[in-house]
Design a protein around this ligand. Sequence first.
Ligand code: FAD
Length: 331
Amino acid sequence: MEEYELAIIGGGPTGLFSTFCAGLRDIKSVTLEALSEASGQILKFYPVKDVLDVPGIPSIKGMDLSKALITQAKLFGAEITLNSKVTDVRKDGENFLIEVNGESKYKSKAVLICTGIGSLRPTKINVPGEDIYEEKGVYYSVIDREAFSGKTVAVIGGGDAGFDWANQIIGSCKKIYIVEYMQNVKAMERSVNDLLKTGKAEILTSFEVKEIIGDGSKVSSLKIAGVKTGEVKNLAVDAVIVAIGHKTEPYSLKSLDIELVNKKIKVDENMSTNVPGIYAAGDCAVFSSRPKMGLLAVCFSDAYMAVNNIKRYLNPASSVFGEHSTNLKLG
Ligand SMILES: Cc1cc2nc3c(=O)[nH]c(=O)nc-3n(C[C@H](O)[C@H](O)[C@H](O)COP(=O)(O)OP(=O)(O)OC[C@H]3O[C@@H](n4cnc5c(N)ncnc54)[C@H](O)[C@@H]3O)c2cc1C
């Protein structure tokens, strides 16, 4: 069994920056990410949007921030292990046993939980054709805008996410249909108006998707029916983007009695939980005494605080504050 000083659970922005901080403090760490890609909410929710509030970076696309965070996390050679969902953590003498995908895999002296809003899975519409054309015309986010260039696209879901995706691609698309089950769309007015102003969008409310049709290798149409009227329409489309939300599976701390506040992990000012050796940071962690914002800058600050305090937990003779990164000579 592989042994580490620190196991970081979750490879979102908090986990990635914690990985960098662990390297900075010379802590042998492993970062375990449930999904096949690191970066958490950034890649799932806003890969092609401009992030404007990362200090010192006036504007950066989510996707570019994700790449930069991963590069920075690996600066000191730390391991980031993908497709590794932590299913339990148990106390084992002085160590913790980390169970990954149902199997005890790692031993670690300390654990930093950075699971954010939990493992994310897009909600499916569950209609015939959806699974057949997944990634071959059916998508759950927009990672590559060019993939929709010149195409007619149906976006399923008239919420903020649906309109956001639609606005990201409308410039190069031929036409976009927004298909919404409810009587009205729920996205922000500005987002709706921006899309309609292009003259290339049509909003179909009170319609539900019945089937995604194609030739086996690509999508050719979408069958929808009026929720109340039953009126059937076949829309000729090249692609379907499903934007009806994500299911989150919060990390369940089965074997450790960790104190929670409103389903989030309660931490003290050192980012320590009530279980010695277990720390939490980022969106999954809260202080009971004050409100906490779900923002990247806050996550990065949490990560620094947590890792420096973990350093002292691992070696009580260490200072909480290491040194400025500007003191380091790399390469
Ligand atoms: C639409 C949207 C736009 C946003 N825009 C901004 C913005 O402009 N500026 C800003 O500052 N903030 C923004 N945010 C907020 C910001 O993205 C979050 O605060 C940040 O992503 C939280 O990072 P995190 O690492 O704590 O959690 P997450 O990003 O949720 O990452 C958690 C990671 O842990 C993994 N994980 C969960 N459970 C397990 C497990 N059991 N085992 C292994 N891995 C696990 C998940 O797969 C995920 O990768 C936005 C959020 C959204 C939804």
